[in-house]
Design a protein around this ligand. Structure first.
Ligand code: MN
Length: 755
């Protein structure tokens, strides 16, 4: 079995005769003792006994197995257990479950054995973990279905998902020994699913590490370049920060506050993301430094003390009023609490200052587990409970298509939140981008379905109006209203989408009843039998997807039964012994299944597709979304109707394609260098200078022998922006051209654009 969930997992391999088993045994014990030290808090004698037992059983069960790296397999469960204890702050039960997490799936141990030995709680967690990873490839939406399963288990016992995240983190840390295509697949899946999940659960550190590791394997060149630059800038950053915090420290000491100040280095992934999103250079992202002030203070004083620190900081440095974020008064749904401000340093550099208590900091870094530890001290976990409830609500409907579900759900996973109010002043939190219609569905699905308009802050607005934090919303309803198809275009919450789709499905069903009567009427008119065989003939004729679809389209007037055979063909509907004989329709010639096409194109499963002049034989094209050129790191994606599409590995759609449709991905590489030319887009900007446009066009057309296809320049207040589309041979050719353009006086940024 080979599933993407089994990252880093391998078939049992016999130990190499030269391996020193005595030494290995000592190393296993050393790692086990490291795990014991990492478990926080007091343990009962019974808990210690359970952990020891789990360790012994796991060692025995995995003794014949080795990882791809050649190491004993047991290193993996020990490491996962240690992450659970040390980095998520989980207790003995989770450590036991983590030690055993691969046993039921990979060894002779059964779930009943686990239940007998460790009790029902551990067995439930192991069962959940086994179910998540025990799924095989086969259907279209397998990844989506997995995601749904992940969330279902989350609703049972949240520890399942936490152990799973620890498992994934360790697999990502040890991804080096896997094959390149596996690395890409696992890294994409991590970025698509596990990092957002960690984020949503408030596991900030784990989310960041998962993202950085994914980038490291997906785009090693980018990763290495940014981390190198980060390392180089480290000394400068430290010097700057220590000078910046000096007056703050002195003032806080005078106030008698106990505190700790940390300079916060940014993650590689977050820098890269900002560079892509805002079209800025590394330096421009990196230039905003961040520090964190963590107060050691009593629970009842923490809010007041945080604002006291805010006041100290802004005494010395000018704050940007647009950048004040108060997540202490209103925490984020994942439980995050903190006070953020951005201030100007004397050198003219923006510095983000995060102010929070020690408790808030632990919650922010370790998330959920810390929540539970502090649960008795307040209502801090309630936001998270509300979130879990929302998940259960969506999961409860068995009719949801798994892929839709994931897409809808991810909308909510990725987004930030806004806080809005009902006319009565009740607070509701919604994802950023939510509209008045989302709000209506959030109140109640009846309110949503009958919503005809909304008043935001007493002003009438369209349903599609995006809301902003602090808005007060009143929904206007009418009994006659029904959800419309286009409503789906302007809702941002999974709940609203889900409810609208449900309502549309109901409407469709009602229409289908009408359509069914029409079909039966026509069959009678033709003198044909009213049976499934005749209906199937009509389905095939119209290429409908199901009887329901046929009825619906008939009711909507898309398929007109009376018109069959007309249109000058001379052919008409005939009936023989009650059976319809319909005229032939021209169908597309390719009636092979997708699997057959895939197999044919792929040939040997492991060989990569060579892209070059002889690829004309098969139907392929370069995807317009990322516009690959020779030399780019690429993969092929087998589409249903358009042959193979070649995407760049760093295409914005790649993550989704690779994790949802892994089995349709083919390895691809460029074959040699030939005379093929590729269209590439370049964007550049800088300070307008006399003759600049002329210089640029000269470089492109003469010096490099490149054919330009389109060029445009704009200039505002001395700043120019230009776009060029030109034909190049490959990435080397393109890079050389970009280097030349960068050297032109006045040009500040030259970058490749995808379309
Ligand atoms: Mn594992």
């Amino acid at each position: 079995m080979s599933t993407v969930q089994n990252a880093g997992k391998d078939k049992p391999v016999a130990a190499h005769p030269e391996i020193d088993l005595v030494k290995e045994r000592a190393e296993i014990l050393r790692r086990y003792r490291g795990l014991l030290r990492a478990i926080k808090g007091e343990r009962t004698a019974e808990e210690n006994r359970m952990i020891r037992k789990a360790f012994n059983i796991a060692v025995e069960a995995h003794k014949e197995q080795r990882r791809k790296s050649g190491e004993p397999y047991i290193y993996h469960p020990i490491a996962v257990a240690r992450i659970c204890a040390e980095e998520i702050g989980l207790g003995a039960t989770s450590v036991v479950a983590a030690l055993l997490h691969d046993t039921v799936e990979d060894t002779d141990l059964t779930l009943d054995d686990v239940k007998d030995l460790f009790g029902p709680t551990v067995a439930t967690i192991i069962d959940g973990l086994t179910k998540i990873s025990g799924l095989q490839f086969g259907t279209d939406s397998i990844q989506a279905e997995n995601f749904r399963k992940v969330l279902l288990t989350l609703a049972q016992d949240v520890r399942v998902i936490l152990v799973k995240l620890a498992d994934r983190l360790h697999n990502m840390r040890t991804l080096d020994s896997m094959a390149r295509d596996k690395q890409l697949k696992i890294a994409s899946e991590t970025l698509f699913l596990y990092a957002p999940l960690a984020h949503r659960l408030g596991l900030y550190n784990i989310k960041t590490e998962l993202e950085d590791l994914s980038l490291k394997f997906k785009e090693p060149a980018v990763y290495n370049e940014i981390s190198l630059k980060l390392k180089k800038g480290e000394a400068v950053r430290k010097r700057f920060i220590s000078r910046f915090i000096l007056p703050i420290k002195q003032a806080l000491d005078r106030e008698g506050l106990a505190y700790e100040i940390k300079g916060r280095p940014k993650s590689v992934h977050s820098i890269y993301n900002k560079m892509l999103k805002k079209h800025v250079t590394f330096e421009e992202v990196y230039d905003v430094f961040a520090i964190r002030i963590i107060l050691d203070t009593r629970a009842e004083l923490e809010k007041a003390d945080c604002w006291k620190v805010y006041s100290v900081v802004t005494d010395y440095y000018q704050p940007n009023p647009d950048r004040l974020r108060d997540w202490i008064s209103i925490p984020k749904a994942n439980g995050y609490e903190s006070l953020h401000t951005t201030v100007m340093s004397p050198g003219g550099r923006w510095v983000e200052v995060q102010i929070r208590s020690k408790r808030m900091d632990e919650v922010a870094e370790m998330g959920l587990a810390a929540h539970y530890r502090y649960k008795d001290e307040g209502d801090h976990a309630s936001a998270l409970d509300a979130w879990l409830n929302r998940i259960r609500e969506v999961l409860d409907d068995p009719s949801t298509n798994a892929l839709d579900f994931v897409n809808d759900f991810k909308l909510n996973l990725f987004s930030d939140e806004i806080v809005v109010f009902t006319p009565q002043g009740d607070m509701r939190s919604l994802p950023a981008g939510a509209t008045a219609l989302d709000f209506a569905f959030d109140i109640h699905s009846h309110v949503g379905r009958q919503c005809i308009g909304a008043k935001v802050n007493h002003k009438l607005v369209p349903l599609s109006q995006p809301l902003r934090s602090g808005d007060q919303i009143e929904i206007i309803t009418s009994k006659k209203q029904q959800p419309k198809e286009d409503w789906l275009n302007y809702v941002a919450t999974a709940k609203a989408r889900h409810k609208i789709k449900q309502a549309l499905r109901d409407q469709k069903k009602k229409l289908a009843v009408v359509g069914r009567e029409a079909v039966q009427r026509q069959l009678r008119k033709w003198g044909a039998k009213i049976d499934a065989a005749n209906v199937n003939l009509l389905i095939a004729y119209f290429r409908a997807t199901s009887a329901m679809d046929l009825y619906y389209q008939v009711a909507r007037g898309k398929h007109v039964l009376e018109d069959i055979g007309d249109g000058g063909t001379g052919q008409v509907v005939q009936v023989k012994n009650g059976r319809l004989v319909l005229p032939k329709v021209k169908h597309a010639p390719d009636e092979r299944t997708l699997e057959e096409v895939v197999a044919e194109i792929r040939g040997d499963k492991n060989s990569a597709l060579l892209i070059g002049d002889d690829l004309q034989k098969i139907d392929y094209n370069l995807s317009p979304c990322c516009n690959p050129i020779a030399g780019d790191d690429v993969f092929g994606f087998i589409t249903l109707n358009e042959g193979i599409k070649i995407h760049r590995v760093n295409c914005p759609n790649a993550v989704q394609l690779m994790s949802n449709f892994a089995y349709r991905i083919v390895k691809a590489r460029w074959k040699g260098k030939d005379s093929v030319e590729f269209l590439a887009g370049l964007r550049f900007s800088g300070i307008d200078d006399v003759g600049l446009v002329n210089k640029i066009t000269t470089i492109i057309s003469h010096e490099h022998n490149v054919n330009m296809r389109a060029i445009s320049f704009e200039s505002h207040d001395g700043i120019f922006e230009g776009k060029v589309k030109a034909y190049v041979h490959d990435t080397d050719h393109l890079n050389a051209l970009m280097e030349k353009l960068k050297r032109v006086r006045g040009v500040r940024i030259v970058e490749r654009v995808d379309h």
